[in-house]
Design a protein around this ligand. Structure first.
Ligand code: UT7
Length: 320
């Protein structure tokens, strides 16, 4: 029920290389690159996440040729905005002078796919014509910078797309295999309440990388099969794969059985790392701006993340 009408993205200025990390962690460019495909990532210094989100939202609106007042719904994918409330979506709405309903979605790295499916439902129900989807993640605020097995993997950034009622989305598949251990990030509890007896836990990410790896390869493969079947397509019919950029080895392993031409698989992990929900958005914007997609091309988005969430969406590129 929708097509992608505009895209945008904004990254923090500061670029941190693997060699920079090796100055304070027991790691090396060789280890990080061969295990993940990552060479560098953007990290927030002076920027606010809100400002990055607003910058990418404004780009997407301009690209779609609409004003903030034309937006009927704003959905932001983030695990932690600058403020718990107002939501990041409300902050974006204020900056673009929109009075549309606005809320955040937390589905970790799969957030944007969840947002696309929510947008599709609103559009199908006749409740929205133009939906602004924004993703923004400050992973550098969430990782443990003394844990070499996690902090080297992530980067910060923001992306946006306008989706508009019309022909484009062909199929969508969302799932969750609930697991509260493999990736977890405690919220600070009982900080200010004289009654709360919960343990005070630091707000940092814990991850069993090996378990996530296994889940990711299976989930991405399964979601590709299911979403292609839903669209009456085979994986070979897809023109462009936009997989979540967590690890090149995960992407290769999950796509291997489909024997897809590697030139169809888009990557930016080398310079951005894993930006959680934002990875797919920045990837989309980068290749859209390069003119990679032609009218009628079939784009398959596929992702996995904490939760454990996963999903895939196929959209025909019908941008005006
Ligand atoms: O969006 C979802 C987020 N999560 C993910 O995508 C994570 C998915 N998992 C992965 O990408 C991989 O499991 C990792 C990249 C995290 C790890 O790769 P691996 O090939 O599974 O390595 P490993 O965990 O088996 O670790 C091998 C060794 C260990 O040393 P020992 O025990 O063999 O002596 C680690 O301590 O590598 C060590 N190691 C490191 N060495 C240098 C772990 N991190 C580092 C590091 N630098 N940064």
């Amino acid at each position: 029920m929708f097509y992608i009408a505009g895209t945008g993205s904004a990254l923090p200025e500061k670029v941190v290389t693997n060699d920079d990390l090796a100055k304070f962690l027991d790691t090396s460019d060789e280890w990080i690159y061969t295990r993940t495909g990552i060479r560098s990532r953007h990290v927030i210094t002076h920027e606010r996440l809100n400002d990055l989100a607003i910058a990418s939202a404004k780009q997407a609106l301009a690209d779609a040729g609409i004003a903030g007042s034309d937006v009927d719904l704003i959905i932001c994918a983030t695990m932690r905005g600058d403020t718990f409330t107002p939501s990041l979506a409300c902050c974006v709405g204020e900056a673009i002078c929109s009075r549309a309903p606005a809320f955040d979605v937390n589905a970790a790295c799969v957030g944007v796919l969840y947002c696309m499916e929510i947008a599709d439902s609103f559009i199908a129900a006749g409740k929205a014509k133009n939906v602004l989807i924004v993703s923004a993640e400050a992973m550098s605020k969430l990782v443990d910078w003394t844990d070499r097995s996690t902090c080297v993997l992530f980067g910060d950034g923001s992306g946006a797309m306008v989706v508009r009622a019309g022909k484009g989305r062909l199929a969508g598949e969302l799932s969750c295999d609930p697991d509260s251990h493999v990736i977890r990030m405690p919220n600070i509890e009982g900080v200010n309440s004289p009654y709360n007896e919960s343990e005070h836990l630091p707000l940092i990410m814990h991850m069993d990388g090996g378990e996530v790896y296994k889940f990711a390869v299976n989930a991405m493969g399964r979601n590709i099969e299911e979403v292609c079947a839903q669209a009456n397509l085979t994986p070979a019919d897809i023109d462009w794969y936009l997989p979540h950029q967590a690890n090149v080895r995960i992407i290769d392993a999950s796509l291997k059985k489909f024997r897809i031409d590697k030139s169809k698989v888009l990557l930016n992990i080398s310079g951005c790392g894993n930006m959680s929900a934002t990875s797919i958005m920045v990837l989309l914007d980068e290749y859209a701006k390069k003119g990679t997609f032609k009218k009628g091309d079939k784009l398959l988005f596929v992702a996995f993340g904490a939760g454990l969430t996963s999903g895939a969406v196929i959209v025909e590129w019908n941008k005006d």
